[in-house]
Design a protein around this ligand. Structure first.
Ligand code: NCD
Ligand code: ZN
Ligand code: ZN
Length: 344
């Protein structure tokens, strides 16, 4: 049987949610990830150091008592009211590792997001000064812009300007979905990087829309055409340190997705590294998985790489069709279908 030993990976973009569901989301993320960058889009969002510290405590209380000890790295949610002082306090802590820009209305729980990006510039200046990375959900929100063009438009309208104005700001364009994003990140300085999800490597919009509409493939930014998928696979497996693992595992109860207006988000944390291994193997680039999953993320954040390892084996299994999510149930991505890798 084929096996693969890699340095323990981290997840640089995950949604653990809050309350009842933490016991399930945290248990899944804890299986082998060393650290997780925890998204702050709760209601209300995680806006300052005090709220991040309290949220981290709730996550820590949900950690399984045995096995690998997951380390949650917290993120502030930027709003129109965020002050440079919030950034300074967060950057000086050992709790908060980044701040997240959600354009208001762009995605799940982004109502409190930023309505005018230029007005955020004093905050970005403070982040540049304190070395706190800016994580970006990069989509414009104008109703008239086609949903498949929203990422590319955001790059042209906002990101180029931000990078020009704050040349030393560490910036991660999250869950990239287009060749345009790959090109932008590749051409930017070392301070600009991107996360890539497993589902954007494995799927394109045909999987979601051809032969029937499949709500469990619906996430934001939305799956694009297959040429973009190919560009993402090439970037992730290129050996460039600018592209690293971020699952964007985003659970929504099954009845919130299988409905007339379903939520955006795919749940992959139950089998994340297994799905990535499949994507890299299909590309013939399994040798590039370790650096993408375990090296480039900590390198970018200025943190040490994990010192232990995990072992994957090539062995097919059927993913569960349903998983518990607090008192609800969730349909995980690939549920009921074959997966080709598993943890030894
Ligand atoms: N990716 C998604 O489709 N959804 C995420 C939000 C996000 O990361 O944009 C969620 O919180 O559900
Ligand atoms: Zn997002
Ligand atoms: Zn996300």
């Amino acid at each position: 049987m084929q096996t693969l030993e890699i340095t323990r990976p981290d997840d640089w973009h995950i949604h653990l949610r809050d309350g009842e569901v933490l016991r399930h989301t945290v248990a899944d993320a804890s299986r082998y990830f060393g650290r997780v960058i925890v998204m702050p889009n709760l209601t209300p969002p995680v806006r300052n150091l005090a709220e991040a510290t309290a949220y981290r405590q709730r996550i820590e209380q949900a950690l399984p008592s045995t096995g690998n000890r997951l380390q949650p790295l917290m993120v502030l949610y930027l709003t129109d009211n965020t002050q440079p002082g919030d950034i300074a306090a967060a950057a000086a802590s050992d709790v908060v590792y980044a701040a997240k820009l959600y354009p208001a209305g762009a995605t799940t729980n982004s109502d409190s997001g930023v309505t005018n990006i230029e007005k955020l510039y004093p905050v970005l200046e403070s982040m540049e000064k304190h070395g706190l990375p800016l994580l970006v959900h990069g989509e414009v929100t104008d109703a008239e812009i086609d949903i498949f063009d929203r990422e590319a438009q955001f790059i042209d309208r906002y990101l180029r300007q931000i990078c020009k104005q704050f040349p030393a700001l560490k910036l991660v364009l999250e869950h990239i979905t287009t060749a345009d994003a790959v090109q932008f990140v590749s051409e930017s300085g070392d301070n600009v990087a991107a996360t890539i999800t497993a589902h954007h490597l494995l799927y394109n919009r045909n999987h979601m829309l051809a032969g029937g509409i499949r709500p469990h493939y619906y996430c934001l930014p939305i799956l694009k055409r297959n040429t973009h998928q190919q560009a993402l696979i090439a970037a992730a497996s290129s050996g460039s340190p600018k592209f690293f693992l971020g699952t964007d595992s985003a659970p929504h109860a099954r009845n919130r997705k299988e409905t007339s207006c379903g939520c955006a988000g795919c749940y992959t944390a139950y089998a994340a590294i297994e799905l990535y291994a499949e994507a890299f193997e299909t590309a013939g680039k399994l040798d590039k998985l370790e650096a993408f999953a375990s090296f480039y993320g900590p390198d970018f954040y200025g943190l040490p790489r994990n010192s232990d390892s995990i072992i994957l084996q090539k062995k097919s299994w059927i993913a569960p069709e349903q998983l518990p999510l607090g008192t609800d149930t969730i349909y995980p991505l690939r549920g009921g279908e074959q997966l080709h890798w598993q943890l030894a």
